[in-house]
Write a protein that binds this ligand. Structure first.
Ligand code: P53
Length: 473
């Protein structure tokens, strides 16, 4: 049996993509609450100034799948599949509506108490992301998001509040979702609105420095609250392959991989990697640090390395070749001719998961946790009120096989939570139509539908995977 007996099987969601109830019980607005669905969403993410001033016809986060009111029903379904762990995030503006209050919103805190108590009923361990793409809008508008060092204090206050409040209820925490996303979608990652004419790399890496310090401070507090708590960093992973075997392509791939690993290099090792000096020089980046920052980073490193994996990526040293890059794989990348793709053009590379796991393990020698993986697809509810999502089963089976191979390679792995275990709003496109779940939710791109939940074929398949601890795929 390659997987540990207490392997943490489960699923993952994020507050802004499932809760809805966007102004209920004192919640404030987050930056996501201004984002529309469809093509306009991507434009808004790339040009967030527009999102702050445009009125759109539909905001998918406002109601979403209404997890806020239906969490009992949903957790019951997760328990039926045998979940050992449920990854969710805490909505920052539910706890601090503008982000800079001195006192938290009690009703927001109570909501997560209820959710964790519900999980406990079924022996499901929560895995909590403190911040998942939903910086309070107040902190974006009044402070410029993470370009402002004050965000460290606001984040630390938020982290401290929830770490204390849920002491004894939550053992596994992640400080920031996909911390490297700041390079690709800086508005999501850090509430950054980049100005024309400024050095964007400077702004992004400065903001990243603040997040890294904040992450370490949260880790420090967590250990003071309860030494049993385990803290993870979280990387949008996916090994970057060289486009050809030309040494220049290989070198380019090495460098691009470093720029992704950069964040967790700091979070895991406790210091800036030596390659950062040259990288920053080339990008014209010069970081402002306060005395004590380096010490904080050094002292409070993470316990485990969590990551999302959707696909590998490709790069070429030839600018002409690289010009053919497509967004598709979530992050801009070249197309790999050896791989198929999903309906949304994300390429499917199960072996890439094994490659990525080996690389992460070799690099850090800390336990890994796959906290996102899955297939966004168009699902049709049939006359039997189910979805025959054999394509999803196949996708997941192929990935789980490679995950187990990686464990047999010697990688230490804590668990696996599939992304969007219940259908929810897509982060990148705002659509409901891009579904990841084992549970179908009757709701469409325009927000119409009953919100009823239905089990897909993959529901029973995953149940059997968990029951057999990965033996029956
Ligand atoms: P959606 C881009 C690239 C890689 C991961 O994505 C990404 C994104 C943002 O779109 O996000 C992660 O919903 C993220 C989740 C997100 C999931 O991947 O665009 O942590 O919030 O839903 C899947 O299909």
């Amino acid at each position: 049996m390659p997987l540990k007996k207490d392997f943490l099987w489960g699923g993952a969601v994020a507050a802004n993509q499932c809760e809805g109830a966007y102004l209920e019980d004192g919640k404030g607005l987050s930056l996501v609450d201004l984002l529309p669905a469809g093509k306009e969403r991507w434009e808004a993410l790339m040009e967030p100034k527009k999102a702050l001033t445009t009125t759109y016809s539909h905001y998918p986060s406002h109601e979403s799948i209404d997890f806020y009111h239906r969490y009992k029903e949903d957790i019951k379904l997760f328990a039926e599949m045998g979940f050992k762990v449920f990854r969710l995030s805490i909505s920052w503006p539910r706890i601090f509506p503008n982000g800079d209050e001195t006192e938290p919103n009690e009703k927001g805190l109570a909501f997560y108490d209820n959710v964790f108590d519900e999980c406990a009923k079924y022996g499901i361990e929560p895995l909590v992301t403190i911040n998942h793409f939903d910086t309070p809008l107040g902190l974006v508008k009044d402070y410029g998001g993470w370009r402002n060092r004050k965000l460290i204090d606001f984040y630390v206050k938020f982290a401290e509040t929830v770490l204390h409040r849920y002491k004894g209820k939550v053992k596994y925490w992640l400080t920031f979702n996909e911390i490297n996303m700041i390079l690709h979608i800086p508005f999501f990652g850090a509430g950054l609105i980049l100005e024309d004419g400024e050095n964007h790399d400077q702004v992004k890496y400065q903001a990243a420095h603040y997040q890294l310090v904040a992450s370490s401070l949260a880790t420090k507090i967590a250990k003071e609250v309860d030494p049993q708590i385990q803290i993870g960093c979280m990387l949008a992973a996916g090994e970057i392959y060289p486009y050809t075997c030309h040494p220049n392509d290989m070198l380019k791939a090495v460098k691009e991989n470093q720029s992704q690993y950069f964040f967790i290099d700091v979070q895991s090792r406790g210091y800036y990697p030596s390659y950062a000096e040259r990288l920053f020089k080339e990008l014209g980046v010069s970081l402002e640090m306060e005395e004590g920052d380096r010490d904080i980073l050094k002292r409070h490193t993470v316990d485990f390395i969590s990551f999302s994996y959707y696909s590998s990526r490709l790069t070429s040293a030839d600018p002409e070749v690289n010009n053919a890059q497509k967004s598709g794989n979530a992050i801009m990348t070249l197309r790999n001719p050896h791989l198929d793709a999903t309906d949304w053009g994300w390429q499917i590379d199960p072996i890439g998961l094994r490659v990525t796991m080996n690389q992460l393990w070799d690099r850090y020698q800390k336990p890994l946790f796959i906290v996102e993986n899955g297939m966004g697809a168009v699902d049709e509810l049939n006359e039997n009120n189910t979805v025959d999502d054999d394509y999803r089963i196949e996708y997941m089976r192929d990935h789980l096989e490679q995950m187990i191979e990686a464990v047999e390679d010697g990688v230490e792995l804590m668990g696996y939570t599939s992304w969007g275990c219940i259908d929810l709003v897509s982060a990148g496109s705002g659509e409901m139509k891009k579904r990841y779940g084992f549970i179908y939710v009757d709701r469409d791109n325009e927000g119409r539908g009953t919100n009823e939940r239905y089990k897909k074929k993959s529901f029973n398949w995953y149940k059997q995977v968990i029951e057999s601890n990965g033996e029956k795929l």
